[in-house]
Design a protein around this ligand. Structure first.
Ligand SMILES: Cc1cc2nc3c(=O)[nH]c(=O)nc-3n(C[C@H](O)[C@H](O)[C@H](O)COP(=O)(O)OP(=O)(O)OC[C@H]3O[C@@H](n4cnc5c(N)ncnc54)[C@H](O)[C@@H]3O)c2cc1C
Length: 244
């Protein structure tokens, strides 16, 4: 399978390539599948960090189709990790639905980085959905390690499937999570989040914002933070995780 210009650019940027071997898969909910892989040396060479994601190269009728997925339960000692797939109709999701032990898939490591802010933020505001729950959980785990008992989280998670709100979110007692059904192409989420993030509730200099939902919703929320509230871009970590 020939990679397009993206593959060339990534190579120039020093990307590292690996081949992952599937060892099994499990259904977390009917709309959220976990695929287990042997890492082909990826963890040893690349290390791991919270919210770490990799680029997987799917075969779309002979054409390379690159999509990002987040590492779950990475074990450098065993050379294994898993990836959670939020289900929809797409090449990557379809691959996860039909994958068999022994199948392989190419992966590239390039572009992922994250460090939990220090000193710990006064509050951490998170906006996501099932696609970003693996990253959110690793961020929450990291918060527990580097800022135990601090940086309480307020999170909004958009969902499209009835079982989504049953997905594990590793919050602590001081955190608040609100699940919002996806309505009006994401406008319901954006309106609720922007109405809650105001000059009265947010500390522009001391809070941290982690936003990873649909691309246009992500953009709208970041615009509100930057333009309406004047939040410095260094206090925002935002990336559209998928697009309509
Ligand atoms: C840094 C990063 C990390 C990510 N980590 C994960 C992860 O761990 N788990 C995960 O599930 N996703 C993750 N994603 C999102 C994933 O890469 C996208 O959902 C991707 O578009 C799926 O590719 P696809 O080939 O299945 O569908 P595409 O060909 O991209 O899209 C096909 C159709 O499905 C729709 N669609 C795509 N993704 C979604 C979605 N998540 N929800 C609803 N509809 C969708 C599209 O709008 C389109 O109509 C991550 C994205 C980024 C940027």
């Amino acid at each position: 399978m020939k990679r397009n210009w993206e593959g060339v650019v990534l190579k120039v940027m020093g990307a590292k390539d690996f081949t992952l071997e599937v060892t099994g898969s499990e259904e977390i909910t009917p709309d959220f599948l976990r695929v287990h892989v042997r890492d082909g040396g990826l963890l040893e060479r690349s290390g791991i960090h919270p919210t770490m994601w990799i680029r997987l190269w799917f075969n779309d009728s002979g054409k390379a189709h690159q999509r990002a997925y987040t590492l779950v339960n990475a074990s450098p000692a065993d050379g294994t990790f898993s990836m959670d797939f939020a289900m929809h109709h797409g090449v990557a999701a379809d691959w996860a639905r039909s994958v068999q032990p022994g199948d392989t898939i190419d992966a590239t490591v390039q572009g992922s980085s994250f460090t939990f802010p220090q000193p710990a933020p006064r509050r951490t505001w998170i906006v996501g959905d099932p696609a970003s729950i693996p990253a959110i959980n690793s961020l929450l785990d990291e918060r527990g390690r580097v800022a135990a008992g601090a940086a309480p989280v307020t999170a909004w998670l958009e969902y499209q499937h009835d079982a989504d709100p049953s997905l594990e979110v590793r919050t602590s007692d001081s955190d608040v999570v609100t699940w919002i059904p996806r309505k009006r192409d994401g406008a319901a989420l954006v309106e609720e989040v922007c109405a809650a993030l105001t000059a009265d509730t947010v500390s522009v200099g001391d809070d941290f914002f982690w936003i990873a939902c649909e691309a246009s919703s992500t953009r709208a929320i970041v615009k509100h933070l930057r333009k309406d509230l004047g939040v410095n871009k260094h206090r925002i970590d935002a990336l559209g995780y998928w697009r309509v």
